[in-house]
Write a protein that binds this ligand. Structure first.
Ligand SMILES: [Zn+2]
Length: 245
């Protein structure tokens, strides 16, 4: 399912404004923690894990916001996920919510049930494995994934595949590991930063540096999913947005 494209993109610069959104999943635990849980509880049936994923609350306003951006009358928008969870969990949740096809790409840690002799054994692997070349991030990403590096790779691949640039990137983030990709955003991009989480603290520390701050993008804050939905409505209409400090 990874990389499944839900629409074809033209080989030239589009005449309409174009934007992309990137969503992370706040309720999902870190990759190493999940890997350990999977090893300790290998007797749990696959269906039990799927059912647990389906029980995770998914705010209806967030779902409406995602569907709004994929509405044909909205701005031409590509949505993708950059998460430190894993493919199995994310696909299960999105399919249950009926919004899997809204997302063009999911960048996360691989997860599957590879052993036919033990079909309920979930194997979680790192995006950057212990035997791979370290990603070398200096910003503070976890060993298994540099989200900033992954974002730049995605944009490079997109640029090479259809010779287009996104007019604007909207990054929805909450955790401190979202700080690295946020530093890569341009002046015309926007981060929708969840209040009272690690990313807000990191952004505040960066802004405190004044002229030495590396932050270029616009920062907007939200606490509830309905606020994200409202912001998506504005973006979907292509209206200009004010900077929220
Ligand atoms: Zn990084």
């Amino acid at each position: 399912m990874d990389g499944h494209r839900v629409r074809s993109t033209p080989p030239t610069i589009p005449s309409r404004p174009r934007s992309s959104s990137l969503t992370s999943f706040p309720p999902i635990q870190s990759a190493d923690c999940l890997r350990q849980l999977a090893q300790e509880h290998h007797h749990i049936h696959r269906h039990d894990i799927e059912n647990a994923m389906r029980q995770i609350p998914f705010h209806p306003a967030m779902k409406r916001g995602i569907q709004l951006l994929k509405n044909p009358t909205s701005l031409d928008t590509t949505l993708f996920i950059l998460s430190n969870a894993n493919t199995f969990f994310i696909n299960t949740i999105l399919q249950h919510q009926g919004i899997r096809d809204c997302f063009e790409t999911i960048i996360t840690n691989p997860a599957d049930f590879p052993d036919p002799e033990n079909p309920n054994r979930l194997v979680l692997r790192r995006r950057v494995g212990p035997d791979d070349l370290p990603h070398g991030c200096q910003v503070g990403c976890e060993e298994n994934m540099c989200k900033g590096q992954e974002l730049m790779r995605y944009l490079d691949a997109h640029r090479q595949s259809d010779n287009t640039e996104f007019d604007r990137i909207i990054y929805v983030g909450d955790g401190s590991n979202d700080f690295c990709p946020v530093l890569r955003l341009r002046r015309q991009d926007v981060v929708l930063c969840c209040r009272f989480r690690g990313l807000e603290r990191k952004i505040a520390d960066e802004r405190a540096k004044g002229v030495a701050s590396r932050l270029q993008c616009t920062v907007e804050y939200w606490s509830g999913a309905w606020e994200v939905e409202e912001k998506f409505k504005v973006y979907a209409q292509g209206s200009s947005l004010g900077v929220v400090n």
